[in-house]
Design a protein around this ligand. Structure first.
Ligand SMILES: *[C@@H]1O[C@H](CO)[C@@H](O)[C@H](O)[C@H]1NC(C)=O
Ligand SMILES: *[C@@H]1O[C@H](CO)[C@@H](O)[C@H](O)[C@H]1NC(C)=O
Length: 162
């Protein structure tokens, strides 16, 4: 099993972070954990939203052996979309918001564990050429990944690691 933090920090940039899904194609879509159709059906995704910057903060708790964190991802929109797909593995995700020029809005989240993907659903369209950020809070156990956590931590841009 991959270390949890390493998966979060590395897999998002390598997968280009955010993608345009198959909008409007409901048939044969995978099913998210909540039973709704998941708007993307491939492990590898085309690059139509480019992540520009990741701002990651990690708070490990060495008593409970879990950690919480916040990641904020700047997106460069190359097409209009209302859905952003990200990779995340074995994380409890919460408080997902879109930081748009006109304000902060909550995003709905669908999870597709088979491909370790999250779909972030906006109730309004994210417009090509504008700058947006998405922010996610996450939590996970350090457990067996304790050593991997520290090995992986060098990649954090603004991590708090003790
Ligand atoms: C770790 O978790 C314990 C139990 O919830 C809590 O009492 C403690 O304050 C936490 N420590 C840190 C550094 O967050
Ligand atoms: C950590 O593991 C415990 C026991 O398996 C589980 O109940 C808890 O939800 C996990 N916490 C996180 C943040 O994954």
């Amino acid at each position: 099993m991959f270390p949890l933090l390493l998966v979060l920090v590395v897999s998002i940039p390598l997968s280009s972070g955010a993608q345009i899904p198959n909008q409007g194609q409901a048939k044969d879509l995978p099913v998210a954990t909540n039973g709704e159709p998941f708007p993307w059906d491939r492990m590898r995704l085309p690059i139509t939203i480019s992540p520009l910057h990741y701002d990651l903060t990690i708070h490990p708790n060495l008593t409970t052996l879990d950690f919480t964190g916040v990641v904020r991802i700047s997106l460069d929109m190359q097409e209009d979309t209302s859905t952003v797909v990200l990779h995340a593995k074995q994380m409890h995700i919460s408080n997902v918001v879109l930081l748009a020029p006109e304000g902060i809005r909550p995003l709905r989240v669908l999870e597709y564990p088979r491909f370790h993907q999250l779909a972030l659903l906006s109730d309004s369209v994210l417009t090509k050429g504008r700058k947006y950020e998405v922010q996610l809070e996450f939590a996970a156990n350090l457990s067996d990944s304790f050593h991997g956590f520290y090995k992986g931590s060098y990649r954090t841009s603004s991590g708090e690691v003790r």
